[in-house]
Ligand binder design. Structure first.
Ligand code: NAD
Length: 499
């Protein structure tokens, strides 16, 4: 067993070598070994890092768009060149299989590509002669120091939803990654320095509630972009806004896949398995409830079972389909939901609790699990399980399926499988969910659109990346301008009118 590595904060482009009063352990979920010891930031240290970031922001905010986009392009190249090594870091601490880890880095990279176009994205409007000899124009300016607080399940992609856009807009960033798998985010943060970003514009503080609370209360932190579970998202939103900050807090999810009787059931079964068990169900866009409109439920469930039989669960570096869960405690919690589903009367069709896993004996493994005849009062339907547990809910009509989905308190993602264009069009209009897939099971929007759910899946009104991201990380200013000549003199206390 090798000695765990110390994982440090990254302040002004360098590892912070001071003594941490508190630390936490980072595991390799495939072996159960402790591989890292993470420094946890105190509130005082967070304050120091915010001060460093604020100093750097003053210069960065005044840096030309040409120079900023050069840094963005260089960063994009470096990340592309390093994507395999970053993916390996993700697999080592999160557990997801290598191909999936590479996929998340690539989706993060796409946000950097979007942000490379910042000179175009920040163009304002100009109205010549809005009034006689008066021009009016608009601009968007940076906020200052912005905080990003991210979850364990996408250790690279979620920070990347925000950071390239925030930096391109002229802000300085303090990232607080998940304490469960921080190394990928730190490795990506190091690339910014190599890309030519001035020291202090990009910083990482590791930590837990103490660091989060310090960021939420600090007067020089102007905005908070949070992603995590719903109770913490709500807490972050309420606390951050009470401190006068702009907050976007993305929360948990319970995503449905409505399968109409006319759907291609082979495609639907493939999609249910991919979206239910990819990343061991630890995705905010994972499908956790298949809503089968009768009479196809028996046939669909059988097709899903056939596919599940071929899944290999094990170490993410060994070419398996599905890796372990992130921690032993989380594996036990998810496994507890399988017990609960049985007690509540659901039919356990495939039981993943006692599988044969291709990984270390102490790895945090749980096989893919399928329930049928799940009803909306059961905890396996109500709660976000965040593991490889898929529920089948049977309904008698499209309307009953829609009603079930719209009654759910979450509204992150949803999918409909059908060959009926009219039904799909009706669904996209009627469903109360932020991201909709039509024959697409994980409808994560591309970077130039914006990512975000409705209801308990997002607190605040701004989604991530795309133009909503640019708006979130800037504030608008409108200038009304007239170049004086003597004819503009004279006293007039009336409200200005356009002439
Ligand atoms: P989490 O809520 O436990 O942690 C998220 C962040 O909050 C971490 O950085 C963590 O350190 C911090 N945190 C934890 N407890 C805190 C507390 N009491 N006070 C202040 N900060 C605290 O979430 P997680 O387990 O890391 O991630 C999984 C969750 O994230 C799931 O619910 C998933 O649906 C959600 N998620 C949502 C989206 C989305 O786009 N809506 C995307 C990814 C993940």
């Amino acid at each position: 067993m090798s000695t765990p590595t110390r994982i440090m904060h990254l302040v002004a482009g360098r590892p912070w070598e001071g003594r941490a009063e508190r630390t936490s352990e980072v595991f390799n979920p495939a072996t159960g070994e402790v591989t890292g010891v993470l420094d946890l930031a105190s509130a005082d240290l967070v304050g120091e890092v915010v001060t460093t970031a604020k100093k750097a922001w003053v210069t960065w905010a005044d840096t030309s768009l040409a120079k900023r986009s050069q840094v963005l392009f260089a960063f994009r190249q470096l990340l592309d060149a390093q994507k395999e090594s970053i993916a390996a870091l993700i697999t080592a601490e999160h557990g997801k299989v290598l191909a999936d880890a590479l996929g998340e880095v690539t989706r993060g990279l796409e946000v950097a590509e979007f942000a490379c176009g910042i000179p175009h994205l920040l163009k304002g409007g100009f109205s010549e002669n809005a009034s006689t000899n008066v021009d009016v124009y608009s601009m968007r300016q940076s906020l200052g120091v912005v905080a990003v607080i991210s979850p364990f399940n996408f250790p690279a992609m979620v920070p990347m939803w925000f950071i390239p856009v925030a930096i391109a807009c002229g802000n300085a960033v303090v990232l607080k990654p998940s304490e469960k798998d921080p190394s990928a985010a730190i490795a990506i943060a190091e690339l910014w320095t190599e890309a030519g970003l001035p020291d202090g514009v990009m910083n990482v503080v590791n930590g837990d509630k103490e660091a989060v609370d310090a960021l939420l209360a600090h007067p020089d932190v102007k905005s908070v972009s949070f992603v995590g579970s719903t109770p913490i998202a709500q807490y972050v939103y309420e606390t951050g806004t009470a401190h006068g900050k702009r907050v976007q807090a993305l929360g948990g999810a319970k995503n449905h896949m409505l399968v109409l009787p006319d759907a291609d059931l082979d495609l639907a079964a493939d999609a249910a398995v991919n979206a239910g068990f990819g990343s061991a169900g630890e995705r905010c866009m994972a499908i956790s409830a298949v809503v089968a409109v009768e009479p196809i439920a028996d046939e669909l469930v059988q097709k899903i079972v056939d596919r599940m039989g071929k899944l290999r669960t094990g170490d993410g570096t060994k070419g398996c389909d599905m890796g372990p869960l992130v921690t032993g405690a989380h594996r036990d919690k998810v496994s507890g939901y399988v017990d609960a589903g049985l007690e509540e009367g659901a039919t356990l069709v495939v039981d993943g609790r006692n599988g044969d896993f291709d990984g270390g004996d102490n790895g945090f493994f749980l096989g893919s699990t399928l329930f049928d005849h799940v009803t909306k009062d059961m905890s396996i339907y109500r709660d976000e399980i965040f593991g490889p547990v898929l529920s089948t809910v049977r309904v008698t009509s499209y309307d009953a399926g829609l009603e079930l989905i719209n009654a759910n308190p979450y509204g992150n993602g949803v999918a409909i499988f059908t060959n009926d264009g009219g039904a799909a069009r009706r669904f996209q209009h009627q469903v109360e969910v932020g991201m909709v897939g039509i024959n697409v099971p994980i409808p994560v929007p591309v970077s130039y659109y914006s990512f975000g759910g409705w209801k308990n899946s997002l607190f605040g009104d701004t989604h991530a990346h795309g133009m909503e991201g640019v708006h979130f990380f800037t504030r608008g200013k409108v200038v009304t301008s007239r170049w004086l000549d003597p004819s503009h003199g004279g006293i007039n206390l009336g409200f200005p009118q356009n002439t």
